[in-house]
Design a protein around this ligand. Structure first.
Ligand code: FES
Length: 524
């Protein structure tokens, strides 16, 4: 039986084994209490803890990657570790394995990409995506006894590898993957309302289209929309839940979209406690409440917020204890040490301006052209054409520097404001902000490797053959699996970056190119 445990979490239980996947159950939410599970699943977390205490079955917990809405250490710490085996990918950075080992469980198994791991009647495969800007994985469970297969990609966008996955695990009965957004663009950017809505709408449409394509390829008996969206209960973020247009659509909207565009696939919108039992006739689905759709009602958020009021208040009180001037100096020191290993050899004509909300007259500037970092008065600053601006409160930065959150968490907390001129994505700046200082070196060499690789492929777009860089400049996905839109754009299958073939392969909204060369001469 497969049980949905909330967000990206599932429990698969057989006669001898219980496998939990990404149990995010903590009342502390994730990313320093910025994101919360929706619908709430904390009670189910207590029940799972009790089950682990009494079960005679072998317990395995799969952790897909390090993001806190998947790797919930505060919750894991409440479980009886002597009963638990962990499964997680063997990433080049061993952070997850290290943290799991510190919990002193029965065992930690770090699995290679696509290798088979057998537990009783189950064959388990992890599908790993490991590049320095992103580490993630999905899981395939083949139950040889009931002859059924589950593929749970959560938020791992290995859409370009679907044929290979199917080849390995065979037909898929139940498929789960993310359908909503989970990044800080455009959420944390200070766009005018109309532009914010347009960007959000286009991102949602793109994501819906990509996931629909993947479902078509996999053709499962049941598809489960999962891995988000979260809700935001902190008072500084609460308004996000009620925006008319953002990147967090309800799963009910995606279900309706699939009904209209892919009616042959059954869609199960789960709530914590929804059970799916596979049998010869089909898949029986039961929900823990008579009307599960009611649980997605945003009008219930105020009472959800009250239920974690004390936790949120404790955090707020802590943010008020930081001295802005001291935080400014500590932030300068932290950014200096990040910059030491930042070795990008191409020109970066961009300045990063980092300011603290409580300090109006000065900011920290990093000129990436000569890797110079300094503090300066805002009035004296050079006002360059290429500038990336970030600002946050001293309290939120203080909690980052004090280790309540890492840089990736901080960026995903949406508690900062961003502005960029021109409004294009820059891989290197993004990497500089989200990486920990010990990861910057590996990130830079990976990015340089990607930019220096010379492998080329030929694609046909709009009836014209083009020679292009084989790998996407964003995160290195093989563009052989890219699709074509509007007869001129090549679309990367992973995060849907679009490359305009009639403009030399330049990315739309990103400072990157796939260096397209028209092999037919003039493009006609
Ligand atoms: S790898 Fe992200 S868009 Fe291509």
């Amino acid at each position: 039986m497969l049980t949905f445990t909330g967000h990206a979490g599932f429990q698969y239980e057989t006669e001898n084994t219980i496998i939990l996947m990404d149990p995010w159950m903590s009342r502390y939410g994730a990313f320093d209490q910025a994101w919360y599970q929706f619908p709430p699943n904390h009670k189910l977390g207590d029940e799972i803890r009790d089950l682990i205490n009494i079960t005679e079955k072998d317990v395995y917990i799969y952790i897909s990657h390090e993001h806190k809405d998947h790797f919930d250490i505060p919750y894991l710490e409440t479980l009886d570790q002597s009963e638990i085996n962990y499964i997680t990918p063997k990433f080049r950075r061993d952070h997850v394995v290290k943290k799991l080992t510190e919990l002193k469980p029965k065992e930690v198994y770090a699995l290679e990409d696509s290798s088979k791991f057998t537990v009783a009647d189950l064959d388990i495969y992890l599908f790993v995506d490991d590049n320095e800007l992103n580490r993630d994985s999905g899981i395939g469970i083949v139950d040889n006894k009931s002859d059924s297969t589950i593929l749970n990609l959560n938020d791992c966008k290995i859409y370009d590898r679907i044929p290979e996955l199917i080849n390995l695990i065979g037909k898929v009965d139940i498929f789960a993957c993310q359908f909503s957004g989970a990044v800080f663009h455009p959420v944390a950017y200070d766009y005018p309302e109309k532009k914010y809505a347009e960007i959000s709408k286009s991102k949602v449409e793109g994501k819906f289209g990509s996931v629909k394509k993947v479902i078509e390829e996999i053709h499962p008996r049941v598809y489960i929309p999962s891995a988000g969206p979260p809700v935001f209960l902190d008072e500084s973020l609460f308004h996000i839940n009620f925006q008319e247009s953002n990147i967090f659509p309800s799963p009910l909207i995606f279900r309706d979209y699939l009904h209209q565009n892919l009616s042959e696939v059954e869609v199960c919108v789960p709530v914590p406690g929804t059970n799916l039992i596979m049998n010869e006739e089909g898949i029986d689905i039961t929900h823990p409440v008579s009307n599960p759709e009611e649980l997605f009602d945003l009008n219930t958020l105020e009472s959800y917020q009250s239920s974690v009021k004390a936790i949120l208040k404790e955090r707020k009180d802590s943010t008020e204890s930081y001295d802005p001037e001291l935080i400014f100096e500590l932030l300068l020191k932290e950014l200096k040490s990040k910059l030491l290993d930042f070795k990008i050899t191409h020109d970066m004509e961009v300045v990063l301006k980092f300011s603290i909300n409580e300090i109006a007259d000065k900011a920290i500037y990093i000129d990436f052209n000569d890797l110079n970092i300094f503090s300066d008065s805002v009035e004296n600053s050079m006002g360059p054409n290429n500038i990336y601006e970030i600002s946050a409160s001293a309290g939120d930065i203080g909690r980052l520097l004090d280790g309540y959150q890492n840089w990736d968490d901080f960026m995903l907390s949406f508690r900062h404001k961003l502005h960029r001129t021109p409004d294009v994505y820059q891989v290197a700046i993004n990497g500089f902000l989200v990486m920990e200082k010990e990861d910057i070196n590996a990130f830079c060499s990976n990015l340089m490797k990607l930019e220096n690789q010379k492998e080329r492929i030929t694609v046909e777009v709009g009836g014209v053959d083009y020679s292009i860089d084989k790998f996407c400049p964003h995160q290195g996905t093989d563009l052989s699996a890219a699709s074509v839109e509007d007869g001129r754009y090549l679309v990367c299958p992973k995060h849907r970056w679009m490359f305009d073939m009639e403009d030399g392969g330049k990315a739309i909204e990103a400072d990157a190119t796939i260096n397209a060369v028209d092999l037919d001469g003039d493009g006609s």
